[in-house]
Design a protein around this ligand. Structure first.
Ligand code: COA
Length: 186
């Protein structure tokens, strides 16, 4: 899997549902990502291990640079989540792509002003459709805090099921493991 082949295949993902689309993350997204983080600090502080109170455009640039490197290595795929005006409103990623048949960790976050309106559910549906149609990923899995009800609902609405737990994280949350076999018959 190369970043070249991925970007060639992405037009198949766009436009499936008019109000939300995905495209490959780009370095030029750093100001928009930093702004989205700035509007979402409380939620991201609560749920995302990477969040820092000093997160700014330079942090976004550094992260995107790293994300593009892992994309080129074939171990991750990162998408910007766009609204109907092509504004960046979040990120969804398949990370730690490994093994045969391959497994990938699904991650996602949405800017708080856009949350709670069903966008997360649709964005993850797009990401899973991409993985089914345009990648060789077999198992999509996610790690989610038991207390993160919206995130669990988004996963469950997209067919992922809790298959176990991974102990307590540094915030005191029980971490649940969700999985979906993308190649299983419907
Ligand atoms: C998790 C997240 C992506 C969900 O996206 P979203 O667009 O806000 O979610 P949706 O509007 O699609 O709602 C998903 C479900 O959660 C439910 N929900 C939303 N807020 C809720 C709340 N506070 N309590 C209970 N249920 C809630 C919705 O009713 C919906 O359930 P339904 O499909 O049964 O109606 C988004 O809230 C987010 O980015 N949160 C911060 C970062 C994060 O937690 N990322 C995931 C880490 S594992």
């Amino acid at each position: 899997m190369t970043s070249h082949s991925l970007s060639e295949r992405l037009p198949n993902v766009r436009g499936q549902i008019a109000t939300v689309s995905l495209r490959p993350l780009a370095l030029a997204d750093a100001p928009a990502i930093a702004a989205a983080v700035d509007s979402s600090r409380e939620a991201l502080r609560r749920w995302m291990p990477w969040y820092r109170d000093d997160y700014d455009v330079h942090a976004a640039e550094n992260w995107i640079d790293h994300a593009l490197t892992t994309g080129a290595a074939g171990t991750a795929v990162h998408f910007a989540i766009l609204d109907s005006n092509d504004r960046v409103i979040g990120v969804t990623s398949f990370e730690d792509i490994r093994d045969t048949p391959s497994r990938a960790m699904l991650g996602y976050w949405l800017a708080t002003p856009r949350s709670g309106r069903g966008i997360g559910r649709v964005a993850i549906a797009h990401a899973l459709a991409w993985a089914r149609e345009e990648s060789t990923i077999q198992i999509a899995w996610a790690l989610v805090a038991e207390a993160n009800v919206p995130s669990r609902r988004v996963l469950e609405a997209n067919g992922l099921r809790a298959v176990g737990a991974r102990g307590i994280d540094e915030r005191g949350d029980t971490q649940l493991i969700y999985e979906l076999d993308l190649r299983a018959p419907a």
